[in-house]
Design a protein around this ligand. Sequence first.
Ligand code: UD2
Length: 296
Amino acid sequence: IRVLFSFLEYVDGRYPQPSITQGRTDIVSVTPWLAPVVWEGTFHPVLLDSIYQKRNITVAATVFAVGKYIRFLKDFLETAEQHFFVGFRVKVYVFTDRPNEVPKVKMAAGRELVVHSVPNSKRWQEISARRMEIIQTLIEETLNKDVDYIFCLDVDSKFHSRWGTESLGELVAVIHPGYYKDDRSKFPYERRPTSRAYVAPGEGDFYYCGGAFGGVLAEVHQLAQTCRKNFEDDAKEGIEAAWQEESHLNRYMWLNKPSKVLSPEYLWQDFKARNSEVLVIRFSGVIKNYNEIRPN
Ligand code: UD2
């Protein structure tokens, strides 16, 4: 019956009356700086889509598939077709050192795949961290004209359920599934004050994922440029943050609060059992053998 009602609402554009006193009580859906935290049940997908359809938006996604990580690309792209901004204009930018091995995935009208070549690196830390520099350059060189929002995603992941307009915002961060119930003292921030990714004890809001972030172009450009510069300046002094660009991202999001926060539904990890407040897993990291897949 519920499915039938949602279908009828879908057809005639109606949606349930909003309430400000009733809703989910098992999660927090707003941060102390009044950014929404997106959980299943806190938004109406059809309503949101209709708002953004009128704006005729284009959403870009960047994904890196360097070295053996190319093997994850097929599932990533195929599941993105099924769940990532379905019905909207989407451009997926793939960065790889193996352009010939990019799988042929059938994409719906209005969706496009753009492949860019990037060099490999001997160190996986470099590959992961250099993404910020490449994202910065991509935004400067190509995206300004026809893209409104951009998400930067890890390739060793799959979509399982809708990731759509509810995730749009100026600066968007995803809460890491591994630490969201922990005290901030347990967050794996960079703890050496000599690093530009340093977060002091007693500071930090959440621990965010390096594997998914986004927003409007200007905001993501600022983030990528800052993280890249801080990473490089650290490197000149022989320092590499505990979790490379993820550490720099966490420092950035502490100083520049995200305007929208996505719950761990938006980046779960396949090796973790689903927690009860996670009603839907939308995107998750697959299980991988680090020793086998990384350059060293
Ligand atoms: C975490 C983060 C990741 C990054 C990393 C930093 C999540 C879910 N993941 O994951 O985003 O911040 O820590 O240490 O938050 N890559 C290649 N080829 C390689 C190595 C990496 O293409 O040889 C790319 C690929 O897109 C991959 C990403 O870099 O998804 C991150 O690397 P990872 O998945 O090995 O990092 P991991 O699992 O430690």
